[in-house]
Design a protein around this ligand. Sequence first.
Ligand code: FRU
Length: 433
Amino acid sequence: MTNTPGANPDGERSRWRREHVAGIERTVDTVASPTSPPADDSTSADPASDVYVWDTWLLRGRNGEIATIDGWQVAFSLTATRELLPGERHDVAEIRCFYSADGRTWHDGGPVFDGDALGQRQWAGSALYDDGSVYLYYTAAGDDDADEMTYTQRIAVAHGGTVVADADGVHVDGPWTHEVLLRPDGDWYETSDQSEGMIYTFRDPWFFEDPATGETYLLFEANAPVTDADIGDEPSIDPAAREFNGCVGVAVSATGDPLSWELQPPLLDAIGVNQELERPHVVVHDDRYYLFVSSHFHTFAPGVSGYDALYGFVSDTLRGEYQPLNGSGLVVTNPPDAPYQAYSWMAFPHAEEVLVQSFLNYHDFAGESLDEVAELPAAEQRDRFGGTLAPTLRLAVDGNRTRITGELAHWRIPRADEELSPPNRRNAVPDLG
Ligand code: FRU
């Protein structure tokens, strides 16, 4: 990978390049099997029947391990009432918690905030359980004092509340102190006023402690200002592609304090390639750093293409240099006849494997693009949308290669000490069309 000059203090910024993306192709190793919502009679595995559930993350300890509170695992999800159309959910997103004793049956713990969270709505984040305290990182989307809906984004945290268990289950309770932790600086990270792109991003904070150094980071999704030097080595690039500038941002906490962060230059960008590198997160596997992002078919720049998919990169250090996994970066995508089946993938380690959780999106739609969904009659939009978690995927990860080896049930997050049966993929290889 060629690097951007003058980027990182401890290493150069990595780039996902047009030549990598040109290699994106569905294979049996990267395509999930077709799926649909859990059957009606299995609602115990689907606590989300009243609300749409999409982006989901787990309460984790400083080392990234899934935390348990008196034996319960805790998940946080963006949610919205099913009375709305699925496409309207982003405008009213609210964070709820779910909890489970066995990683199969989940219970709805209700909204985590009392309407006092920052932003007009709250978007994705991560949750840290550290020494008995909980830190809920989230995206404050929209200006609190604006009358109309706005698309500014700030990275925020709620702290001071509690996560406690009793005989009835888990209670996530305030009062919370809400603080803005990070705003775009306009230099490494675009402000919404600077942005010329099709969509603007400064969101999705992800707590990560580097096991090699003990240093503490927040990763996030952003857009990086583009200079002539950035695309100077690609003179044939369509000028419109310059407006595509997704990046993985990072901030460091010099003391490890979960409340005190300083911006650093991006870890990786996709200038001229893609506008949205969503929900960036790192899994350490075999002493390497696997950086994962979700991205969409419709956010690739003119002249390149890809799918709604989980993309990944590997490096020997957190700073990079990162190489795209499987050559192109493609790690998990949807079947060709259900290309929007799942989205917002989150990878987490389990024994020797990496598991990947996501939500069921428009599982029954094979049109050209997601924009077309909004043109369908309301009932069809609802029928085709899952709004619950998709089956968890099993991934074998070896150096710079990955392979889907099997699938678990919807909402299946195995406990750390649980031994899984051998992967079952050979029985269910998807049709690649
Ligand atoms: C991904 C995403 C996130 C954002 C949320 C908003 O599904 O776009 O980046 O936080 O959805 O609903």
